[in-house]
Design a protein around this ligand. Structure first.
Ligand code: AMP
Ligand code: GLY
Length: 431
């Protein structure tokens, strides 16, 4: 099989795939992630979705039966459409399905038609209409979003009307996010706990995974700039059984049905980013892939054969596989390079991973997933990105898992390393 993508999410997927009796040879997409490199063979060709037919030929020659696409970019570019065939399954939706993430205006429209609860909002391409819309309700707080893919940066949560006007200007006039910001969504700012609910969807059957929460902001106390995710845990107690039923009945199933009515058979991960508001769960966004770092705690807890699970999802026979989750709690703490999410340096030597993993024992298990790492010419493990490692612990409860993950982080060193020690505080503080 071929696993496309080179981040912490893909290292976690590869780690779990390697535990499968059914795995033949694992090819990875040629990224230099040092953790992935230990688990798979780098595919010799460049995974540029623009060159999909070359990838297709390579897959044919190398007898690839299952392709797992980790990131949204190649999904939105339609790599699934090109690679899937009678002999080859692809895990991840087609280009049409990936619009759910890649085109927020499309997603909003679909939610409106299917009466799916979401933040009130409208799409705009015209600057004056967008300005008039927020100026008409100056007391309200707004969130301004680029409709297209912007590497997690295209959302500006505004406190004041002038911030909202500035955000409109940055997207529609200055084109800070390029074509991704040619259409923007202006929506009401919601309050509440934010949760990530991921489901496997095989076209019709859906299988909901345990709920996760991630911390998007860089600094402790959920302050500072937004990042790709500083840490995540699974399960979270904030989603109780009735809320989960509401999420399934009012959100996940209606989306899959609405897509099918549009002729789109969605296969892969359907990730709902939700706000638990006093009026019930509401959708902030959909993603068409596993979350990063949510995937790390999910894989750490998953009990089942991931090759079978992903194959069955892609083949439309999800009802034929069984899996469940370890009852313990997993916490992933992300260790970052100084400067992230802004400019940062690469090439800093990393030490202490073995010492960190040696903390596995009676209190729980530790696995260090690599994200932005590589091996330099002298064979030394070095940093190669903003999010460097996902230090993931599995223990009896959230508190002990978080403590174990933090203790493991203390044993790992690279120049400028920083991480949040308060992952999970949003729920720990409540109990
Ligand atoms: P998104 O990529 O749409 O999930 O947005 C990134 C982050 O912005 C989310 O994880 C939320 O923390 C925040 N956000 C997005 N939409 C809203 C909203 N309508 N109200 C409050 N916060 C939001
Ligand atoms: N952790 C959020 C995301 O993957 O989009």
């Amino acid at each position: 099989m071929l696993l496309i993508g080179g981040g912490g999410r893909e290292h976690a997927l590869a780690w779990k795939l390697k535990q499968s009796r059914r795995l033949g040879k694992l090819w990875t997409s040629g990224s230099s992630n040092a953790g992935l490199a230990k688990l798979g063979t780098p595919c010799p060709i460049e995974m540029n979705a623009k060159d999909a037919f070359r990838i297709q030929r390579w897959c044919d020659t190398n007898d690839i039966h299952l392709v797992v696409i980790g990131p949204e970019g190649p999904l939105a570019a339609g790599l699934t459409d090109v690679l899937q065939s009678a002999k080859r399954m692809v895990f991840g939706p087609t280009k049409a399905g990936a619009q759910l993430e890649a085109d927020k205006a499309f997603a909003k429209q679909l939610m409106r038609q299917a009466s799916i609860p979401t933040a009130e909002g409208r799409a705009f391409t015209d600057t004056e209409s967008a300005r008039a819309f927020v100026l008409a309700r100056p007391e309200d707080q707004w969130v301004i979003k680029a409709s297209g893919l912007a590497a997690g940066k295209g959302v500006i949560v505004c406190e004041t009307i002038s911030e909202a006007l500035d955000a409109i200007d940055r997207m529609l006039v200055q084109r800070e996010f390029g074509e991704a910001g040619a259409t923007i969504i202006i929506e009401e700012k919601l309050q509440g706990q934010e949760v990530s609910v991921l489901a496997l969807v095989d076209g019709r059957t859906i299988s909901i995974l345990d709920p996760c929460q991630d911390h998007k902001q860089r600094d402790e106390g959920d302050s500072g700039p937004n990042t790709g995710g500083m840490g995540a845990y699974c399960p979270t107690p904030v989603v109780d059984a009735p809320t989960m039923r509401a999420i399934e009945q009012q959100i996940l199933l209606p989306v899959v049905d609405a897509l099918r009515r549009d002729g789109i058979e969605y296969r892969g991960v359907l990730y709902a980013g939700l706000m638990l508001t006093p009026g019930g769960p509401k959708v902030l966004e959909f993603n068409c892939r596993f979350g990063d770092p949510e995937c790390q705690p999910l894989m750490m807890r998953l009990r089942g054969d991931l090759v079978e699970i992903l194959w069955a999802t892609a083949a439309g026979i999800l009802d034929q596989v069984d899996f469940d989750f370890d009852p313990r709690v997993a916490v992933c703490v992300v260790m970052c390079s100084a400067g992230y999410p802004g400019q940062y340096e690469k090439g800093k030597a990393i030490t202490g991973i073995e010492e960190a993993e040696a903390l596995s024992g009676d209190t729980g298990e530790i696995v260090v997933f690599h994200a932005g790492t590589t091996t330099n010419q002298t064979g030394q493990l070095v940093t190669n990105g903003g999010r460097v490692l996902g230090v993931t612990a599995l223990a009896d409860d959230l508190h002990s898992a978080r403590d174990l993950a933090n203790a493991a982080c203390e044993r790992i060193h690279f120049e400028g390393a920083f991480w949040r020690r308060d992952i999970g505080d949003r729920v720990l503080a409540r109990t």
